[in-house]
Design a protein around this ligand. Sequence first.
Ligand code: SF4
Length: 1528
Amino acid sequence: MASSSVLSAGEAIARIAYLTSDVVVSVQPSLSTDSEFSRFLHQYAANKASSLICKGVPEVQSVRHNADPLLSVYQPVRNGKITTVTTSSNILVKSIPHLYRLAQYPVVIHVSLHPAGYPDYGDITSIRNVGFTFLQSTSLQEAQDVALTAHALAIRSGKGVIHFFDVANSKSDQPISHESRELVTKMIDTDLAKQYQGTKSEDSSLYVSEGRPQVRNIGLSGDHAAPTSNGSHSPTARASGDASPRDPSSASSSSSDRKNSSSVVSEAESATTVDSQAKAVSSEDIDFICDSIWSQIRSHTGRKYSAFNYTGPANAEAALFLFGSDPGLFAAEFESATQADFFRHVGLITPVLYRPWLAERLNEALPSSVKKLAVLEQVRRRTTKWGPVLLDLLMSLKASGAQQTPTIVGYQLGYLEYTTITQALSGIFQNLLSSSPIQNLEVGAHEGPKGTMSGQQKEFELSQPKLENAYMKILDQLFGERLLVANALRSKDAGVHDPAMKASPEYGFGSLLARKEHRQRFIGEVQTVAKTRDFTTDTPQKWLSQWALAATDATQANKLAPEVIQRLSTDGSPAAYKLLSSKGLFYKESQWLIGSDAWAYDLGNSGVHHVLASGENVNMLIVDSTPYSERAAQDAARRKKDIGLYAMNFGNAYVASVAVYSSYTQVLQAMLEAEAFDGPSVVMAYLPHNREDDNPLTVLQETKKSVDLGYWPLYRWDPKAAEKGEEAFKLDSERIKQELQEFLRRDNHMSQLMRRHPTFHANLSESYGSEVRKVQKRKAKDAYEALLEGLQGAPMTVLFASDNGNAENLAKRLGRRGKARGLKSIVMAMDDYPLEDLGNEINIVLITATAGQGEFPQNGRNFWDGVKNGTDLDLVNVSFTVFALGDSHYWPRKEDKHYYNKPGKDLFARLAALGGKSLVDCGLGDDQDPDGYQTGYREWEPKLWDVLGVGNVEGLPDEPPPITNEDIKAASNFLRGTIAEGLQDESTGAISAADQQLTKFHGTYMQDDRDLRDERKAQGLEPAYSFMIRCRLPGGVATAQQWQQMDAIATHLGNETMKLTTRQTFQFHGVVKGKLKPAMQGINAALMTTIAACGDVNRNVMCSSLPELSELHRETHECAKKISDHLLPSTTAYHEIWLKDENDKNVQVAGDAVQDFEPMYGPTYLPRKFKITIAIPPHNDTDVYAHDIGLIAIKGEDGKLQGFNLLAGGGMGVTHNMKKTYPQVGRMFGYVDKDTVHVACEKIMFVQRDNGNRQNRKHARLKYTIDDMGLDVFKAEVEKLWGEKFGEPKQFDFDSNIDTFGWQKDEKGMHHFTMFIENGRIEDTADFPMKTGLKEIAKVHKGDFRLTGNQHLILSNISSEDLDTMKSLLKQYKLDNTNFSALRLSSSACVALPTCGLAMAESERYLPELITKLEDVVEENGLRQDSIVMRMTGCPNGCARPWLAEVAFVGKAYGAYNMYLGGGYHGQRLNKLYRSSIKEEEILGIMRPLLKRYAVEREEGERLGDFVVRIGMIKATREGRDFHEDVS
Ligand code: SF4
């Protein structure tokens, strides 16, 4: 807050408010739209600017203006916080109940009158009697001075002050200087402020009187000590401003008289008995305090203020009293008046202190010469004949006792154009000066300025936040033209203009009732007219009678409506025309009231009550936006009502609680049920956001937390369900919150339900929280200690913080090795450790990895916060050491180098500072060392044993080798393990670690939802486990029937979405353990399988989708199937575990003695996964170079498939920083005939089976086996086994590795449409119900669906006959849109967060956003049609084949990616690392100029991947083994 110039009233006021408050409540149109004040307030708060009266930094709370904002004031004021509100005037009238109570506190409310330029001063006059003091300012300088006055006055009087102003009045003012901090400090009586800050009021209910009397119980010492105009401090002299024009000589004496007669405590009293002399604050007190404040301002600045501001001649005979906009303009007119003007020599008077209204001060201000007074009131809605200000003036002037009081003439002031003001003033004064003036003349345009809305008006317009459109769109989709939103902001209305009013439930309800009556009348009219002979033809009567009978039944009426309308239209009679003029009423509308969580606060809530109590058939959709993470931060006074519970308690309403980001299907279901319900319905819709412009990912994550943890349960409640023999309550999510649980317990329906389904109880989450977690920590550690009790030896506690498992494994190993040396060791995660025990440790070893920007991994953050901030930790008796794991090359910039192993180093330093004794220096493990972190660790560990005295222990037992995947496979009895038993264990959502390896072979992985991981951990819950299921779908071809079956599985058993994978198959996510078996059975019922979709076997065989050569595709696809079937494992475990139910006695032949035989794989299967793909040139859309075996289809001269060129040894998986791992492209083995290709593949697999590395899974893929053995040796081995030789490779050409979008016709005349499915995710959103669309298409489609290797979809084999139907369906569901940038069309991302356990960063959810941010550059540089292959993965495992992209981003840490450049456009060349660990800003910083340069400098037809190599930005990677070379 440097003292520079102030440009706007909002800034001036915001600064004063900030300097003089503990809390500033900033009322804003929305949290993402600033008010006049909020930008400055947030800026000060962000800069941590200090205030003059609060210890730290004032708190700035933003509240939306439709969320009952003044509720936020109670809590701080009751806690003795000096609180200020900045707001527009549109909240005032509806906040009257609050204002009455807040008037008793020293609260200042700065009100910007709305709309600027022509505000309604009625907002001020309507609240003039709420007990606040009202001050007005009319210029920039005044805004600052009056703001200061308001704060000084509030503190000195102990009462609330409202300061109002029209911002437009000062917009052309010259900038002013900041009021100095010294002056502000002087003006604010900081002693009084402190006294107030020390008082706390009882936390009384909002519904009873505050019991706080209107008193100045903290004295007037400040006022009495106020300096007089000569600067001295005089307790008795009234510090008056200027002499009044009415009686200049009497000012000081009359003032001191007033002082003596006032109820103000005397100087002696105030000096000695501050608190005991509480007295009610009188108008005179306020007057006195104001005077003294203004006197101070005057003595410091020379600027004069008084209760009424008069300008003009001291002997004016006529004057104008203005209560409206722009007094400056009027004054200027008066000054420049000519002899001819009626308004020459007149005065202008405006109130500065509007309430209390002091007659005496008015009389002082107004020259006694004034005989005629025009009163202009800018009040839009006049409810009384006489304006409120006119009445004030009449009372004051008549009561003044003066012999001759002026004639007062009232005017209603409308909007005055600059150009018409002279004319308007002439009219005003002509009337005023006439012998019989007319009262209540209107001046100016009542409706305000014509033309466009001012910027400020727009800002303050209530608008539906964009995010909330999600629900509106669903309503639209469901009810289309029948939808009527009764309180829509832009609805037609009977003269209601205030958007806030329109948005209220009362308004909407009223309009719905009117609508209902209207339709009822219409039905009556139809019934009458149906009996007449007024129609030309006979048909209308029949249809009308039929319709009248069904008019109240939505389905029937809406079915008949078009028929009736059609009959009437052709009738042509006047009776028919009359009915047609209201034809909309033939339809029964779906009527909705839409509300926000503003309805959950007291004021809005009464409207909801009103609707429920009416029992009318009205639907309410109420959008709640409180994020899960904010739920606890809500202050008690602001706590919202749970409208759902309220409505259920009411008993007559249908209630649903839904969340579009959790279950789209449930939203649809609830809306349909609500509409069908005969009575009030409430759909509580969740859409958590902090700001209206939050991105959808944040909304999604917040929704998931809320739903998963029961804060926002999904349910539907139908009080009439029992009549139909159904359950009243249907829980659609897993957990419910305590309050709801209590309600259900009370409810009869629910108790019956619970009795019938005792397991339902288990779903009801108990109230859990940090205490639970704490108790768990304690229990865990105590139990461990009890176990160690009997052991000898020194204790050693090992704590770890780990995110990828290395630190954890190291810690566990250290613990084991310590135990072997006789130490009593405990190993646990740092965050699981009870910190209060730290001072009692003897030896403690801490092992931590490094996350993000040198931060602690997730499971060590709380521990570190505790250690870092703990003031009472005493470690003098503790010996400690730390081993840190990091990567010295992780931060390429020199200034970031200190992040290397920062957590470990910081921890070491902090423990030493707390008095701990170091056992060994901090060990540093560096990923860049030859053996990674192990290099440093190998040196460090022996030192630790030495210092602990166990360095030379004899006869140490050998460490048992860790259990490997090979052991698990071998011991699994052909992939059975204990999967079947694990599935039956209901105590956990997980399966055992060994079974997790085995289920992969069955096509399913256990995962946990990482969006929920931290929150669930904090709640003491196990992670949200669920399973991913992957189908085996050779060549990616599915029938329409299969599509529908897959859709049903996703909807009913998964997370309502499907993923089309980069390997052309369906993948389901979020399948919980209990639904795993039904899902597997569903997939098999669709004649698909999941066996060997994952695991160390040959997986799904891919095949180019190639729509335009159907016959060649069919033949090749046959081959893909043949290879796939040929290489399937033989185990019967799959069938046994998934496909038989528990009563099937035939499963176990001869007890447990089932012995499978795997002729191809043997009991340990392959060393690693094995992938085969086929590409049909010229399309390399399956990335043929990226797989263990890549087959390039060769077409014979007859156009038929002849055979394949075979590539082997491609593979994508890499580990960051492990140079021994690299991606590799397949190497050419030669040509094989189509009839023997499956055998060639088998033999390659066998050589891999027998030679692949089974010790090191990171070196087990075929690519390493070939590189280790040498290409020729490997190939010779294959040929030996096969007994045949590979032929010379045939000529082929690829032109790209992406899909060809749009329509194509094949050689047989069939049509195929390749549609764009962003990153393969099939889901419904409110904007794009893609999943529903595809399901509807599948219902009528006669051809098939082809999944592409780039995660898109081909609607295949459509006959010309069906073409139009399919086109119109595609259009209806917006699936025909391929008009995206070529960059987007060529992009691809893997699943990553939240389900993939290996993901280090976002991918599928982030790549679309990143592309959006690049698209403007793409457009600007004319690259919209230029395909650039861009891929992203969440980790280096490479599922989306990033290493073959021209540009790739591979997740390194949350929000950070390694960037690779230079891949070949046809997928033929690997790319190379260009930058490490860069974030979005840096990515854009590289990509934007690169794209520009590419657009300008590329050669004809040159691809970006080649361009970056040519210009020397990156070296070309020749093959996998030089992938890590020449990295800059
Ligand atoms: S690339 Fe990594 S993050 Fe992405 S899906 Fe594969 S394993 Fe998961």
